[in-house]
Design a binder for this molecule. Structure first.
Ligand SMILES: *[C@@H]1O[C@H](CO)[C@@H](O)[C@H](O)[C@H]1NC(C)=O
Ligand SMILES: [Zn+2]
Ligand SMILES: [Zn+2]
Length: 371
């Protein structure tokens, strides 16, 4: 652990420096960010820059800066002061009060033990969606924009459901405890005491006098969020891409993840994929099957693959093209391409053609069955 003296110095330094740094920028969030967004940003960044894990120069300073930004922005009073009067206003408000120790803050946030302890925060549901992309995108890699309809915390009330902070009152039904205790006579002189969730506040201990006009007190609103999926060349079928913390938001939990399971679309005909192998069916005429041919096919990224044979090709023959298959994931090598030949026979023969063929095939004997 860092000795307290050093820590104090770092703190002092950081505060002196950060007077200019925008606290929202420090956490990488917008000025209108919800409490949940701020929490999420702190969670991510504090883990990234914690000096126990990050040994890079400047990581500790950054960690302290992040802690300070979170300390201010996660407290609605301090945040309001900061929004209106900046760091100067905060200093005046705090009047030389000690700042929270960034390491204690980190430990508290993650439930007491820093990295070791399980996180206490309840997590919302994770949604898993099958996501189809074209095989060409899997071959070359692509950035695909998509939208998700989800619920986010109302940015007007920041998830409280109240028109303003002063509209949140202690519940008078349960005196803020969230439970009601009732005594019931079950026998003359005999009472049973039972606890029930307070029906006036639904167990929250608080009631809202004036509801937030933006979300109607629902705390959450519908939202269409835009994301970009990075499809990497050679991504395996069913590969899961996780958008951490982008699930439905709620004041009761920390948003779960959105998981996309990426697959290539099955298209009729054309290309087939199996892991790093590609399959293609090519039609050739009977003449080509016998005499040889040269065909050009256009690969998934548009490059030309020349299929050339000058010997007999049996129907169903499979030709292997080394290195023309799918890219290997995270590598610069490719799998193989397998070409299966389908020999197409003519539906009918003209008489002269038939005669010629007969001559060619039966040149050594007499044609008894000629027309
Ligand atoms: C196939 O493409 C090559 C160039 O990529 C060209 O030289 C050749 O003539 C083409 N062959 C056919 C049959 O189109
Ligand atoms: Zn609201
Ligand atoms: Zn109540």
């Amino acid at each position: 652990m860092t000795p307290p003296f050093l820590l104090a110095c770092i703190l002092f330094l950081c505060i002196a420096l950060s007077s200019a740094a925008d606290l929202y920028k420090v956490l990488g969030v917008h000025n209108s960010a919800s409490e949940a967004d701020i929490k999420k940003a702190y969670k991510k960044l504090s883990k990234k820059f914690h000096p126990d894990r990050n040994k890079e120069e400047g990581a500790e300073g950054k960690f302290v800066e992040i802690a300070h930004a979170y300390e201010v922005l996660s407290d609605s009073t301090k945040r309001q002061i900061y929004d209106r009067h900046g760091e100067e206003g905060l200093k005046a408000h705090e009047g030389g009060q000690r700042h929270a120790n960034p390491f204690d803050m980190f430990a508290n946030f993650f439930g007491g033990g820093g990295f070791q302890q399980q996180e206490q925060v309840r997590k919302g549901p994770t949604s898993v969606t099958e996501f189809e992309v074209s095989l060409a995108d899997m071959y070359t890699g692509a950035s695909i924009d998509f939208m998700i309809k989800k619920r986010i915390l109302c940015d007007h009330c920041r998830g409280s459901g109240a028109a303003s902070d002063s509209d949140i009152h202690k519940c008078s039904g349960c005196d803020g405890s969230g439970v009601k205790v009732t005594r019931q006579q079950i026998w003359p002189g005999m009472f049973a005491q039972s606890q029930t969730t307070c029906n006036e506040c639904g167990g929250r201990g608080k009631v809202i006098v004036r509801k937030c006009p933006h979300c109607g007190g629902q705390k959450i609103v519908d939202h269409t969020a835009h994301y970009t999926l990075e499809v990497l060349a050679g991504m395996p079928e069913g590969h899961e891409v996780v958008f951490e913390g982008e699930g439905d938001e709620s004041p009761d939990w920390e948003a779960g993840d959105v998981v996309l399971r990426v697959r290539s679309k099955r298209e009729k005909g054309g290309w087939r994929r199996k892991e790093s192998s590609l399959y293609w069916k090519e039609n050739i005429g009977v003449d080509e099957a016998l005499l040889g041919f040269e065909h050009n096919i256009t690969h998934l990224d548009g490059h030309i693959v020349t299929l050339k044979r000058d010997v007999v090709t049996q129907p169903g023959f499979v030709q292997t093209m080394k290195g023309e298959g799918m890219p290997h994931f995270h590598e610069s090598t490719h799998g193989d391409l397998y070409i299966e030949y389908n020999v197409v026979l003519p539906t009918e023969l003209s008489s002269p053609m038939r005669k010629k063929l007969a001559e060619a095939f039966h040149s050594s004997r007499h044609e008894k069955d000629e027309l």
